[in-house]
Structure formats: structure tokens, C-alpha cells
Design a protein. Structure first.
Length: 221
């Protein structure tokens, strides 16, 4: 019985000594120190070997270059059907009339009978039209910051001339929509205006002359 009491006492002393000496590591994020002895707060920059500081965003200035990625698609479908019919019938008779007798107007006896008009008019008009268009425009172009508005929005302008196309584009973009690689999507550009004219031998092969444009517009033939 005495041995049992001694064993319990030894175990209790060992547990008390272990709890008194056990302390968390200083580098542990779970260490709680008293306010009087607390050190500076741990940060990722001070504790990680792989930490890379984030580069501050580059300020966009006037005349800087920004690439606009144009990807525009549109589809229009329209159907119209008009049908009109008209029928009219005229039956008129002139019973009294006048004639000149010198400088005077006198009643005309209409010896050959009253003048009569009898006719029928029929008309039919029918028109049917279908329109289905699909347009797609996709290219990249380098634009220049032509101006910076008071609210910080950028005014972009770009012009490109090559052997086959003359391209001009303009619009306004929020600097927050400009990606880190200095590109912006056309869907983020407000007041987007794109002019794209084709030229060269291919265009000359199928373009209409002024005479055909006149015929197609007014339908001479």
C-alpha cells in the first residue's frame, strides 16, 4: 500500500515538472506572449524564403502604348412579309354642265346625253424580304494614349496602314481594365469606334464601280 502511494506521488511530481518546463517555440505562429514581452508581428516577408514582393502597378502616362485586342462579333436576323390588296369601282354620271355663249356661261343641254364614267381599279402588292448577316472582327493593334481625362480614364487612338487594310480605332478605357502586360480587351473600351477599309488587288477584283452603285441604289434596270 505504501509503495502504491509513493508511485502516485512520483508520477504527480513528474507531470507537474513537465508542464512547468514545456514552452512553445519562439518561431511558432501559435506562441502567445504577454503584451509587455511581445515582439514584432510575424510577416510572410520576414519568415518565408520564397517570398517575392509584389511590384507596384505602373502608372500609365500620356503617349504610352497599349495593345487593344479587338474581338467583336455580331449577328442580325430580320424577316419581313407585306401583302396588300386594293380594289375600287367608279360609276359617275355628269347631269348638268355649262358652256360658253360668247362671253357668257349658259347651261349645256347635253343633247348627246349625260356624260358617264364607269371603271374598276384593282391593285395587288406583295413584298417579302429576309436578312441574315454575321460579322466577325478579330485583330490586335497598338494604340497610343492620346489624352488622360480628369477622372483618370484613358483616351486611346490607333492607326495602321499596310498593303491590304487601313485600320483606325479609338475609344476610352478605365486604367483598371488594362492588364499587367499592357493589353486591354475591346469589350472594356467605351465609345469604341473601328474603321477598317480593305484595299489592294483582291479588293479591286470585286469592288463595284460608280455605275453599278447607281443602278443598285435606284434600280434603273
Amino acid at each position: 500500500m505504501l509503495c502504491r502511494h509513493r508511485l502516485i506521488a512520483i508520477v504527480g511530481v513528474a507531470v507537474a515538472m513537465a508542464s512547468a518546463s514545456a514552452r512553445g517555440q519562439n518561431s511558432s505562429l501559435f506562441t502567445q506572449e504577454l503584451p509587455s514581452t511581445a515582439g514584432p508581428a510575424l510577416t510572410l516577408e520576414d519568415t518565408s524564403w520564397l517570398y517575392q514582393p509584389v511590384e507596384p502597378p505602373r502608372v500609365i502616362k500620356k503617349y504610352d502604348t497599349i495593345t487593344i485586342i479587338v474581338d467583336e462579333k455580331s449577328q442580325v436576323t430580320s424577316t419581313a412579309n407585306v401583302e396588300r390588296r386594293k380594289q375600287a369601282q367608279l360609276n359617275a354620271q355628269l347631269k348638268d354642265w355649262v358652256k360658253f355663249d360668247g362671253l357668257d356661261l349658259v347651261p349645256d343641254p347635253q343633247s348627246q346625253g349625260d356624260q358617264k364614267v364607269n371603271g374598276t381599279l384593282q391593285g395587288q402588292f406583295r413584298a417579302q424580304s429576309n436578312l441574315d448577316t454575321r460579322d466577325a472582327l478579330k485583330f490586335r493593334i497598338a494604340a497610343t494614349v492620346a489624352d488622360i481625362r480628369p477622372n483618370g480614364h484613358l483616351v486611346l487612338e490607333a492607326h495602321n496602314n499596310d498593303e491590304h487594310w487601313d485600320v483606325s480605332i479609338s475609344g476610352i478605357v478605365d486604367p483598371q481594365d488594362v492588364l499587367p502586360n499592357r493589353t486591354v480587351l475591346s469589350e472594356d473600351v467605351t465609345e469604341l469606334h473601328v474603321d477598317k477599309d480593305e484595299r489592294g488587288h483582291v479588293r479591286d477584283g470585286y469592288r463595284r464601280g460608280w455605275l453599278y452603285k447607281l443602278i443598285d441604289k435606284y434600280g434603273f434596270f
